[in-house]
Design a protein around this ligand. Structure first.
Ligand code: UFG
Length: 325
């Protein structure tokens, strides 16, 4: 069985990808220090409890399981925290990531899929963002993700490493079987906060600004279901294992939804009004962030299947109601 090393396989998107790797006939081997991930989320293959900077752990794991490729999900991912504590982001999202890439190369791993973000684009200059849009991040989170993308470019030129960068738009929703979901502490994302509020286990929702230049005044995002996002990793992996070259792909749907639309969809599922208040804008939030997904649709065997708002919110609410970690 082909084994894949999954850094951050105990996290929200990493665990979902492990589930799909196993379904596709791979053995997902998670390396995770459990700083934000959950042991209970590692169900589809072994867990190596180690830091991604641990070269000995990487070398012995690669040798033990005959690892064919790696995926890197093990990063810090909160925009607000990155502004408060940039050193943490530079240290982990660049320092540890470069060390991980170097450990992979030393161990003979030749393919790496990296979780990047739409935050690399900063304030978009176009309605739909292609991969060639200028990258001018406006927070340390986006800056550090972009810096590692650039590091990968140079590292690949000087080695036989091939990489795929996946720039995620708004990852959301939960596993369709209820096995994995979003459990961040603190939680800052709209859909889990909304889901908690909906089931009465969280504060009423605060809308961060209603004076944006959008049709209803609230910001628009491209929400991509975590099952679709994980599927993009499997498609990218298959392409790399068949000799595909290094590439960058947006992972989004090309369709945006406003905060007000998200709330309306939740209300239609619940068949009741949700308490909410309009608060001030959150620093660093662009008005509109929507992918042009043409490149991934044409290049990979992939298309979104579960990324309609109804499925995203229903699965997210179901997870928040029944979550076991
Ligand atoms: N929002 C609210 N109230 C909340 C939380 C969020 O109104 O309590 C709004 C935000 O202002 C934003 C939208 O809901 O307009 C979505 O916010 P999220 O926090 O869920 O997601 P972001 O769009 O801020 O973040 C996502 C990814 C980041 C990435 C960023 C790029 O999660 O990793 O897009 O801007 F960096």
């Amino acid at each position: 069985m082909k084994a894949i090393l999954v850094a951050g396989g105990a996290g929200y998107i990493g665990a979902q990808t492990c589930k799909q790797l196993a379904a596709a006939g791979f053995l997902p081997v998670t390396i995770d220090n459990l700083s934000t991930g959950y042991r209970q989320a590692v169900k589809w293959g072994p867990l190596v409890e180690a830091d991604i900077r641990d070269r000995n752990a990487i070398a012995s794991t690669v040798a033990q399981y005959d690892i064919r490729a790696a995926m890197h999900f093990a990063a810090c991912s909160l925009v607000g925290e990155s502004v408060q504590n940039p050193v943490k982001y530079y240290d982990n999202n660049i320092g540890a990531a470069v060390s991980f890439a170097s450990g992979l190369i030393e161990s003979g791993v030749k393919s790496l899929i990296f979780s990047s973000t739409a935050a690399v684009y900063g304030i978009p200059k176009t309605d739909l963002i292609t991969e060639d849009h200028p990258t001018i991040p406006i927070n340390p989170y986006g800056a550090t993700k972009l810096a590692f993308e650039q590091a990968l470019h140079w590292i690949a030129r000087s080695s036989d490493l091939t990489f795929t960068v996946l720039r995620y738009f708004n990852a959301s929703g939960a596993d369709l079987d209820g096995e994995i979901g979003e459990s961040h502490d603190p939680e800052t994302h709209l859909i889990p906060l909304l889901s908690k509020a909906a089931i009465g286990s969280g504060a009423p929702l605060s809308i961060f600004g209603s004076d944006y230049p959008t049709p209803d005044g609230t910001p628009i995002r491209d929400y991509i279901h975590v099952v679709d996002l994980a599927a993009a990793h499997i498609a990218a992996l298959q392409r790399m294992l068949s000799g595909g070259s290094s590439s960058i792909f947006n992972v989004g749907t090309g369709v945006g939804a406003s905060v007000a639309e998200v709330i309306r969809t939740a209300e239609s599922i619940l068949a009741k009004e949700m308490p909410r208040r309009i608060g001030p804008r959150r620093e660093g939030d662009p008005a509109v962030l929507v992918a042009d997904p043409s490149r991934i649709l044409h290049s990979l065997d992939w298309a979104p299947r579960f990324s309609d708002l109804h499925t995203i919110i229903l699965t997210a609410m179901w997870w928040q109601k029944n979550r076991f970690y």
